[in-house]
Design a protein around this ligand. Structure first.
Ligand SMILES: Nc1nc2c(ncn2[C@@H]2O[C@H](COP(=O)(O)OP(=O)(O)OP(=O)(O)O)[C@@H](O)[C@H]2O)c(=O)[nH]1
Ligand SMILES: [Mg+2]
Length: 290
């Protein structure tokens, strides 16, 4: 073996893995944590049947999928009727820190058996917050593929008859959607995960930049880089970043969550139509939240 060949083999060995940052979004009970577990082939995310929300705060977990490092952020049901605006905004701040400088994919987890007005409102609020380009980074993942199969239907049959709002949502996401059975065999889960990751990788090739970002994400990244400056000797870059993300999830004070919360609120208010902006501002001033 020539010196050149061994050098390039060494370079391959030490080359950093491709990283894909994924944020799981969707209404409580839709199966976000189950999807996180299927993707990571683990039980890292708490998931159970319940009429109240199970995941109360954002969670972060890393998983290797062949030669890809998947950095997964699971979220509670944001902007659900059960969650206050204030709680949702706080969790979005954690989610932003844990997926800075921005996720390659927002995986919108929908239950194939349920698409309600509340779901529509959640999607509308998220798109107000993240702006129009949000949809360029969304992949829709329907959970409950088992039910579909039991009824002898395919995803295509299902898609052909969805309500108007969902049709519009699929159009905005260029029909990037797939279905998964999180309760099925490992093989079935893997099939769903493979389809999801293929969609994400194709989307990444189409998107410039490859991942979603905005000024809030950049602010979060700035804080993290500053924090990591003094962490020489604490492992390689990805190890340091892993520890930073864990710190953010745990509420470490170096990550100034209040600054991020303030930016989110400002952006949210700015995205509202004039009348809505006045009402929202007045309401929150009254409640002394701002
Ligand atoms: N049949 C079926 N059940 C599923 C599937 N995915 C998730 N579930 C069930 O749905 C329930 C809720 O799943 P979770 O993963 O906890 O949902 P979540 O979105 O994380 O809920 P919150 O943490 O409350 O926001 C659990 O009982 C899961 O087993 C699926 O593909 N098929
Ligand atoms: Mg959950």
């Amino acid at each position: 073996m020539s010196a050149g060949t061994s050098a390039s083999l060494l370079a391959c060995f030490f080359a950093e893995k491709q990283v894909i940052r994924i944020v799981l979004l969707g209404r409580t009970g839709n199966g976000k944590s189950s999807v996180g577990n299927s993707i990571s082939e683990s039980k890292a995310f708490k998931s159970e049947i319940s009429c109240e929300s199970i995941t109360k705060q954002c969670q972060y977990h890393v998983a290797d999928f062949y030669d890809i490092r998947l950095e997964i952020v699971d979220t509670p049901g944001l902007f659900d009727t059960e969650t206050t605006q204030e709680e949702s905004i706080k969790e979005i701040a954690s989610c932003i820190g844990a997926s800075a400088p921005g996720p390659h994919a927002f995986v919108l987890v929908l239950n194939i058996n349920r698409f309600t007005k509340e779901e529509e409102q959640t999607v509308d609020t998220l798109s107000q917050l993240f702006g129009d380009k949000f949809f360029s980074y969304v992949v829709i993942l329907f959970t409950g593929k088992d039910g579909l199969i039991r009824n002898g239907k395919s995803l295509e049959d299902f898609i052909a008859k969805v309500p108007d709002y969902l049709r519009g949502l699929l159009d905005k996401c260029k029909n990037r959607c797939t279905a998964i059975d999180n309760t099925g065999t490992q093989e079935k889960q893997k099939t769903g995960v493979n389809e999801l990751l293929t969609l994400i990788q194709t989307m990444m090739k189409e998107n410039e930049p490859e991942y979603y970002t905005n000024e809030i994400y950049l602010k979060a990244e700035e804080m993290i880089v500053e924090h990591e400056k003094d962490k020489d000797g604490l492992g390689d870059k990805s190890n340091k970043r892993h520890n930073s993300r864990i710190g953010i999830i745990n509420g470490d004070s170096w990550f100034k969550k209040e600054d991020i919360i303030k930016m989110i609120k400002d952006m949210y208010i700015a995205s509202l139509p004039f009348i809505g902006r006045m009402v929202f501002q007045a309401l929150f001033n009254k409640l002394n939240i701002f």
